[in-house]
Design a protein around this ligand. Sequence first.
Ligand SMILES: CC(C)(COP(=O)(O)OP(=O)(O)OC[C@H]1O[C@@H](n2cnc3c(N)ncnc32)[C@H](O)[C@@H]1OP(=O)(O)O)[C@@H](O)C(=O)NCCC(=O)NCCS
Length: 165
Amino acid sequence: MSDPWTPHLRAMQMHDLPAVLAIEETVFGDDAWPRSFFERDLANANSFYLALELTQTAANPAPAALIGYAGYWLLEEEANLMNIAIAPAWQGQGWGEYLLLETLARMAEKGAQLCTLEVRVGNLAAQALYHKLGFQVTGRRRRYYQNNGEDALLMACETLRRAPG
Ligand SMILES: CC(C)(COP(=O)(O)OP(=O)(O)OC[C@H]1O[C@@H](n2cnc3c(N)ncnc32)[C@H](O)[C@@H]1OP(=O)(O)O)[C@@H](O)C(=O)NCCC(=O)NCCS
């Protein structure tokens, strides 16, 4: 992880949406969520979205920047990861792993025991991240993605209970 940057993870707000949508459109292209999907989820009591900002330090006097986000729906003891993304310029530096680990911990704090998700069969980078953090493939949905008919893998993992203290 890049040493000069300090991560700050907080609840996503409506005013974050321009920065979120810029990342969303860059990483997902024609499958990007429109603003209305984020607005719907931010207004829903069972949905939780986190924004990852990097803040400046004395060693790196650059302005704070929103570089990623993750969101999930909480359905009793199951949390369904709806979205996770890191801006391309910040990928490959450990921030996605940091964000997902923190998200799994926050799911556990809200009472979820299991995290489930769907991922494109062709999205090997995301699958590698999920496998690294302990997710296992639990199924497959044929032609799940409407934009190109790609299959989805269903994956699941226990949420992350932080050690007390
Ligand atoms: C998936 C994503 C969130 C990973 O974030 P990231 O910050 O680039 O990942 P990290 O640097 O934290 O990497 C953590 C692990 O993920 C895996 N990984 C990340 N990028 C990878 C790549 N390009 N190829 C293969 N494995 C990769 C590796 O296992 C890596 O661990 P390692 O460094 O020990 O090898 C990011 O690539 C992204 O935003 N992708 C576009 C959006 C997306 O596909 N979201 C998932 C939808 S289901």
